[in-house]
Design a protein around this ligand. Structure first.
Ligand code: GDP
Ligand code: MG
Length: 439
């Protein structure tokens, strides 16, 4: 993918002590190819490379102590800028309700987004109303109703025999009458942009005067997504873009070009089919992720919302006191699992992506399953006092967990290493923190 190609290019640059103009040119040539292959718009690539070149070939870079790092930093900043610079938040009306219109082609993910957005708003203590204005696609209304039921949000419908403009109008009134502070309007799409679709959307737009028109585009369609965005914007003046199916998009071209081509910010990205698979779009984090600098912020945020704070504290205490047992080990693994697939997690940690696949360090979900089986086959006493696990016990554990003696040996060795490390660590971190023990 794009990320790994760019990481290669910059890995080479970072390693160099001194850079010549040729080094930079060579690297930029590779960046250009990587971007084009990722289906980034040609003109966007051209402008982007020109900007980087202008900044990177400056004297101060070539003379810098760590020129490779400086170039990476420039690319990182320009990439961030390309995607809009800072995060663009959802509009909020001075006087509620805030009206948000979802528009886009068929299958882009409008109906799904309507529910995802409602769920996000509910978490912030808002009371969204979903309005079903797609009267054309069979079962579109039912789809929204089912989603609304799942997330326990009210859905306003008038069946498929009423004009969508009327439905939109009545929906807004319903929201006002019932104290809903957000009105999320799901509209119909077509396979291609056509006049009839645009006319209807324009009419709904005039009637509702929405605070936000979100264009929903399928990231997997690459440059086509950008073209769609461009023509919708020209006709409707959209206020934001939502890129869906980013979980399936391996190239990432749309994320990089949409803003540059349309001038409209990406506000959210869809990363799955479930109603909670929606993330605010952060240009800086995306840029860092693409450059393989690790997405620590996302990781920390994810960890904070998923890890039990009390458990984490208790774990930390045990580590300090080197009281860590196999039970804790298992517990910690379970917590890690909540964060998502390990591969994805490791990719977010700087430097880790390079370690993946390195023999013993390789961690995959299958291996986690094996580790879990081994620990579950231990008796409580064995979990708490691993030093009693002799060869006879090891054989029993291997048989019980459907693994081999080597598997069990390896795990126990890893565990012992970890404990040893913790002991050293707790010495360092002792009661007074780093360097605190006045020995
Ligand atoms: P609409 O025609 O624009 O209303 O599109 P839908 O909301 O009905 O979505 C079309 C299909 O795309 C459905 O199967 C959704 O589950 C799926 N979908 C929507 N958003 C995402 C996403 O972010 N990731 C993935 N993988 N699938 C999505
Ligand atoms: Mg739909």
């Amino acid at each position: 993918g794009l990320a790994s190609r760019l990481q290669n290019v910059f890995g080479k640059l970072r390693g160099k002590g001194k850079l010549t103009e040729d080094d930079v040119n060579e690297a930029l040539r590779e960046v250009r190819l990587a971007l084009l292959e990722a289906d980034v718009n040609f003109k966007v690539v051209k402008d982007f490379i020109a900007k980087i070149k202008e900044r990177a070939i400056g004297q101060e870079v070539l003379k810098s102590f760590t020129p490779g790092m400086v170039v990476v930093d420039i690319v990182n900043k320009e990439l961030t800028e390309l995607m809009g610079g800072t995060q663009s938040k959802l509009a909020k009306a001075n006087r509620p309700p805030t009206v948000v219109l979802m528009v886009g082609l068929q299958g882009a993910g409008k109906t799904t987004l309507t529910a995802k957005l409602a769920k996000l708003l509910q978490k912030q203590n808002h009371r969204p109303l979903l309005v079903a204005c797609d009267i054309y696609r069979p079962a579109a209304i039912k789809q929204l109703e089912v989603l609304g039921e799942q997330i326990k949000a009210p859905v306003f419908t008038m069946g498929d025999q009423v004009n969508p403009v009327e439905i939109a109008k009545a929906g807004l009134q319903h929201a006002k009458d019932n104290g809903n502070d957000y009105v999320l309007v799901d509209t119909a799409g077509r396979l291609h942009i056509d006049e009839q679709l645009m006319d209807e959307l324009k009419q709904i737009n005039e009637t509702l005067n929405p605070h936000e028109i979100l264009l929903v585009v399928d990231a997997m369609t690459g440059q086509e997504a950008v073209n769609v965005a461009d023509s919708f914007h020209k006709q409707l003046t959209i206020t934001g873009v939502v890129l869906t199916k980013l979980d399936n998009d391996t190239r990432g071209g749309a994320a990089l070009s949409v803003r540059a081509v349309t001038g409209c910010p990406i506000k959210f990205v869809g990363v799955g089919e479930k109603t909670d698979a929606l993330e605010p779009f952060y240009p800086d984090r995306m840029a860092s992720r693409i450059l393989g600098m690790g997405d620590m912020l996302s990781l920390i945020e994810k960890a904070q919302s998923n890890i039990d704070a009390d458990k984490a504290k208790e774990m930390e205490r045990k580590m300090r006191n080197a009281e860590f047992t196999f039970e804790d080990f298992l517990d910690q693994m379970e917590q890690m699992k909540k964060l998502g697939p390990l591969d994805q997690l490791l990719e977010m940690i700087p430097g880790m992506n390079k370690m993946k696949g390195m023999g013993d360090l390789k961690v995959d979900d299958k291996q986690m399953g094996r580790v879990s089986a081994i620990i579950h086959s231990m008796t409580t006493e064995e979990k708490r006092k691993p030093e009693i696990i002799n060869l006879k016990r090891r054989n029993r554990i291997a048989a019980g967990s459907g693994t081999t003696l080597q598997d069990v040996n390896r795990l126990i060795k890893q565990f012992e290493d970890m404990r040893k490390m913790m002991k050293q660590f707790s010495g360092m971190m002792g009661p007074g923190g780093p360097g605190g023990s006045k020995a």
